[in-house]
Design a protein around this ligand. Structure first.
Ligand code: HSE
Length: 301
């Protein structure tokens, strides 16, 4: 038996569409046991539990299966106990957590044959973009890009005292829908706008200069096209900044909105929640630190 803890993640951090990810201190737990009798037994508790498949379609199971196939392990049967704290389809990496959790657990039960790099590459085949996944596997802040044939990644040490406030609306938004809202082509001026911001953001993260986050987190590649999918989005951004947030971004594909700060977390949490409510959306706010660790075993028996 292995019990793996896997973090929630936020992707993009504003301008870093599909290439920047950050792990947050909110965790799912994946307990996996090989059984001698055949069959698949899945128990699910917590976020999304009524809707999560208990059969071969379960994403944790599908991810585990890919690892077992790759390393040539053929378990007779499998038992999974999933305890979910990461809200589903809100932009906090619940599917990456399922994939990373399933793969890391299966890899440990197979004798730790695969490296993190191999797991990220295998997982990318299921998710299609590496930003959440790399952060879920490695923890911290990660730059990850898909090059020909493999994912290249680099960790960035998180600035000291950096905290986040995540406002999570009470509705789901699938990544697919949020990606379908994006145009196939964008003007060169918008590409240049994002290049400058993402370079400034990476430099600011490395030097810990979070006062750069305001301009560094601006984006013209995806957020403007997703505004209509998240009622009150612009107002929540403005309210968070007014309450002292250094930078604000849509968390991944949304609908959650994430503010970055080193102070005023309670006030920022309250105004983000209330601004959503004023726009007819009930929401909760979580104050979350950055998880320095990615998916890892907490118990092995
Ligand atoms: N980079 C992705 C997007 C994250 O914005 O669509 C979603 O998981």
């Amino acid at each position: 038996m292995v019990r793996v803890q896997v973090p929630a993640t936020t992707a993009n951090l504003g301008p870093g569409f599909d290439c920047l990810g950050m792990a947050l201190q909110l965790y799912n737990s994946v307990e996996m046991s090989l059984t001698s009798s055949s069959g698949l037994y899945i128990e699910v508790q917590g976020e999304g539990s009524p809707d999560i498949p208990r059969n071969e379609n379960n994403m944790v199971y599908q991810a585990a299966l890919r690892v077992f196939k790759m390393v040539g392990n053929k378990p007779a049967g499998l038992r999974l106990k999933l305890i979910n704290n990461i809200p589903i389809a809100r932009g906090l990496g619940s599917s990456s957590a399922a994939i990373a959790g399933g793969m890391i657990a299966a890899n440990i039960l197979s004798g730790n044959t695969l490296t993190h790099k191999e797991i990220i590459n295998l997982a990318h085949g299921m998710e299609g973009h590496p930003d959440n996944l790399a952060a879920a596997v490695l923890g911290g802040i990660v730059v990850a890009v898909s090059t020909e044939g493999e994912i290249r990644f680099q960790k960035i040490p998180p600035p000291k005292n950096l905290r986040t406030v995540v406002a999570i609306p009470d509705f789901t938004l699938s990544t697919r829908t949020a990606r379908e809202a994006l145009p196939q082509q964008i003007p060169l001026s918008d590409a240049a706008f994002n290049l400058g911001r993402v370079a400034l953001l990476v430099a600011a993260l490395f030097t810990g200069d979070i006062n750069q986050f305001g301009p560094a987190m601006e984006d013209r590649l995806h957020q403007p096209y997703r505004t209509s999918l998240v009622p009150g989005m612009k107002k929540v951004f403005a309210a968070a900044k007014l309450a002292g947030a250094k930078g604000v971004a849509l968390s991944g594909a949304g609908p959650a909105i994430i503010a970055y700060t080193d102070d005023n977390v309670e006030l920022i949490a309250r105004v983000m929640r209330e601004t959503f409510r004023q726009n007819g959306i009930s929401a909760k706010s979580l104050i979350l630190g950055i998880s320095p660790v990615g998916a890892r075993a907490l118990e092995i028996k």
